[in-house]
Design a protein around this ligand. Structure first.
Ligand code: ZN
Length: 382
């Protein structure tokens, strides 16, 4: 009998919510698939990801934040590489993404020539306006503008000698007004619908570099979108006293463009936001999480720690100050209380072709889910 009560007690006191990892894994796989082409600027990658999120919001039963449409459209300029991406150095054809990357602001170029050495890692051809830099690690990004030269970064391990001869064929297309959208949904509050708790994550990544290579962005930020969708599903099925809002931003990798647009054109009054959690790169967690803005919101940070200590979710919660390193930033600038949370430890692939779903551990996915549900509940009960 005693045992029965103990089991019953554990059942009641234990997590009433659990998020199965299989679903999370499925979402990450979908978001990092070839079809979505790195959720970027070529092959309609970003817009396919947007549609995927809209369908999920609709299926869960969320309402559009603006009343009519989950999408908040906007445009921005971006430099893209839709076609040829060939680099040969010293007679060796290099593999895009692994052996070399094109500098994000580069113009396209078809040329052949000799390099001049500038220093131990820099090589140029001024006539063709080509520069090559040797790197220990290749880290790609996206640029909203274009330079008047072509740059390549070469993995030091990919070539044996100093680069002397090169042959490149790189196609480039600068898009002055790339069309995209933030995806914004809500679950209306049952008691205080004018108070809002917000979860945000960016769904864009770097997209494709040429027609054969794309950057999957599993940790950055298929992990965050997957966690956001799990929470959206949970809250749609369990409406809360406050309105729960979910925003998936576009254009983060090009310079926090989607979140800047939202804070300049908010679909809900920013002063109604009681708290916002932005998740970006939450697919690991072996050593815990880091909380940006922890020092600005010490009370909320201590609440997060209390809940974590009580339930033993994460190994450690690291505190960090203000930083302009993800989509929480422009909310913070408008005095919206916000944390940016990312996991630490585990794999370190970042902005490269190795940020893949297969090697993403999702170590703390379920714990984070539970911690956020507890945290939001505590904020509403105060
Ligand atoms: Zn990111």
């Amino acid at each position: 009998m005693k045992k029965y009560f103990l089991i019953l007690f554990l059942f009641i006191a234990g997590p009433v919510v659990s998020q199965d990892l299989r679903t999370a894994r499925k979402m990450v796989n979908e978001l990092t698939s070839k079809t979505m082409w790195g959720r970027g600027y070529t092959n309609n990658g970003m817009s396919k990801a947007a549609d995927f999120i809209c369908s999920a919001f609709k299926a869960y039963g969320l309402s559009p934040m603006n009343g009519t449409d989950f999408k908040q459209p906007f445009t921005f300029p971006v430099n893209t590489f839709p076609g040829k991406m060939q680099v040969t150095v010293n007679g060796k054809k290099l593999s895009p993404g692994k052996d070399f990357i094109v500098m994000p602001k580069s113009t396209g170029k078809m040329a052949k020539g000799k390099f001049e050495q500038e220093d131990s890692v820099t090589f140029t051809n001024t006539n063709e306006r080509v520069v090559a830099i040797l790197k220990n690690k290749l880290t790609w990004s996206v640029a909203p503008l274009q330079d008047d030269f072509t740059g390549i970064e070469i993995n030091k391990k990919a070539i044996k000698d100093i680069p002397l001869n090169f042959e490149i064929d790189i196609e480039n297309s600068f898009i002055p007004e790339f069309n995209t959208a933030n995806i914004c949904g809500v679950v209306k509050g049952t008691a205080k619908p004018d108070s809002v708790l917000v979860i945000t994550a960016h769904y864009d990544h770097l997209g494709g570099m040429g027609s054969k290579t794309y950057f999957p962005g599993a940790n950055d930020n298929a992990s965050g979108i997957s966690l956001l969708l799990s929470l959206a599903k949970y809250y749609a099925a369990n409406p809360q006293p406050y309105t729960m809002a979910f925003i998936c931003f576009a254009g983060e990798e090009a310079g926090l463009i989607g979140s800047k647009y939202f804070t300049d054109h908010p679909l809900l009054p920013l002063e109604k936001i009681r708290f916002l959690i932005n998740v970006d790169m939450v697919g690991t967690g072996e050593t815990g999480i880091t909380v940006v803005n922890a020092t600005i919101y010490p009370r909320e940070f201590s609440l997060l720690n209390q809940l974590n200590d009580k339930n033993k979710y994460l190994k450690k919660i690291n505190s960090r100050g203000k930083a302009a390193n993800s989509d929480h930033y422009f909310f913070t600038e408008k005095e919206v209380p916000a944390f940016f949370i990312y996991t630490t430890g585990g794999i370190s692939a970042y902005h490269d072709v190795y940020d893949k779903p297969k090697t993403l551990p999702l170590t703390e996915y379920q714990d984070l889910f539970k911690l956020f549900v507890d945290f939001n509940a505590a904020l509403m009960n105060k």
